[in-house]
Ligand binder design. Structure first.
Ligand SMILES: Nc1ncnc2c1ncn2[C@@H]1O[C@H](COP(=O)(O)OP(=O)(O)OP(=O)(O)O)[C@@H](O)[C@H]1O
Ligand SMILES: [Mg+2]
Length: 364
């Protein structure tokens, strides 16, 4: 396994800049997810790391070796794509064995490695079957087995689960961490599904329009997004953005929310100290998980009325309104709330983000 380093990668297709000066490092043996919306450049970056595409400028390093001019086979990469790649004329065993025909020392070695990969992907019972005898979910497991059986320096997965139905996707997703642990290689995994990335990655890199927005652990990205895009893209239900005015009164910092206001914590005050002359054009970013509802008035709460209730099973997604501000919160389905009712919203101060609406950067 190697450390992968993409340095100042730019890729221009005719007039389209698919990647704009992207630099990212994936440490040895890490499970790294590259996450971003459709067309953000994920596949292009993977293809450049794999050697299937040449960057317009920039370099790719495996450890300290510059591999920018090496072919995919010289780089020794194993890849899995959205669609299974299986030879229909061969059975599952031979498909997996073919992937290691240059690596194995003996038939015994081949058998052991194929069986190891098959057991990791739970496809032992299908080893003698052919393409037409197995379903799509199993075919994709075979593709993954063909990749992880190899002694590759890097394993690249480009949306391997995106064509599976929800149940199959969930079951394979939950197995990916175990597969990574057993294989012990450097995994780079592309997805546009933030839940998938949050569930399986050690670190996540977020791309938007060919530009890398942030790299961090799932927790860092969730709790400390650097900008509005990352805050919006990560987390479900989606974060609320609330227009606010900040006011410093007797050394306490208040943020308006609709017709009312809340006091912000010391950390926010500290972060905003340097810009006290510029407290306009600010938004609060608050996740629905971080707003709770009280049916009776409590201190530092926002009086609101319930505008809309959506049932998500054991929890309710409730839209609250206070003056011109509206925001959603999650509450227990057992809470007695009805549309039109007056309630009090309590914000979890620890997780309120303050955002510069002009630059879209998160201040805290
Ligand atoms: N060979 C190509 N020629 C021209 N444009 C391309 C080529 N490959 C990709 N693009 C463009 O580059 C941009 C990034 O594409 P890319 O496939 O890397 O995005 P992606 O993040 O993988 O998207 P998706 O989630 O849909 O797979 C898109 O606008 C795409 O149309
Ligand atoms: Mg893609």
């Amino acid at each position: 396994m190697v450390k992968v380093r993409a340095e100042n990668i730019t890729k221009i297709f005719k007039t389209l800049k698919a990647l704009d000066n992207v630099s990212v490092t994936v440490d040895h043996g890490l499970f790294f997810c590259l996450l971003g919306p459709s067309g953000s450049g994920k596949t292009t970056l993977m293809r450049i790391i794999a050697g299937l595409e040449t960057p317009t400028s920039g370099s790719v390093f495996f450890d300290d070796e510059d591999v920018t001019d090496l072919s995919p086979s010289e780089r020794n990469i194993a890849m899995v794509f959205q669609f299974p790649s299986i030879y229909p004329s061969l059975n599952v065993y031979d498909n997996i064995a073919l992937a290691i025909r240059r690596e194995v020392k003996s038939k015994q070695d081949e058998r052991e490695r194929v069986r190891w990969a098959a057991s990791l992907l739970r496809i032992e019972e299908h080893l003698n079957k052919r393409h037409h005898e197995i379903d799509f979910g199993i075919l994709q497991r075979v593709s993954i087995a063909k990749a992880i059986v190899r002694n590759a320096r890097v394993f690249i997965f480009d949306e391997p689960l995106s064509n599976l139905d929800t149940k199959l996707r969930e079951s394979l997703r939950s197995e990916f961490q175990r597969i990574h642990r057993e294989v012990g290689g450097t995994f780079i995994y592309v997805t546009h599904d933030q839940l998938e990335a949050m569930a399986i990655a050690d670190r996540i890199g977020i791309l938007r329009d060919g530009r890398l927005q942030q790299v961090g652990s799932p927790d860092e990205i969730y709790y400390h997004p650097v900008n509005k895009f990352v805050a919006y893209f990560i987390g479900s239900p989606t974060i609320n953005f609330i227009d606010t005015k900040l006011k410093l009164v007797e050394s306490k910092l208040y943020a308006s929310v609709g017709d009312s206001h809340i006091e912000l914590g010391e950390a926010a005050k500290f972060a905003l100290q340097s810009r006290q002359d510029k407290l306009e054009n600010i938004q609060l970013g608050v996740r629905p998980h971080d707003i709770s509802i009280s049916t009776a008035p409590v201190s530092d709460s926002i009086p609101c009325y319930v505008n809309y209730i959506e049932s998500l099973g054991t929890v309710l997604l409730v839209e609250l309104k206070s003056g011109s501000a509206s925001f959603k919160c999650l509450c227990d389905a057992g809470l007695n709330v009805r549309e039109g009712m007056q309630v009090y919203a309590v914000f979890n101060k620890e997780h309120i983000h303050v955002i510069d609406a002009e630059t879209e950067m998160v201040i805290i």
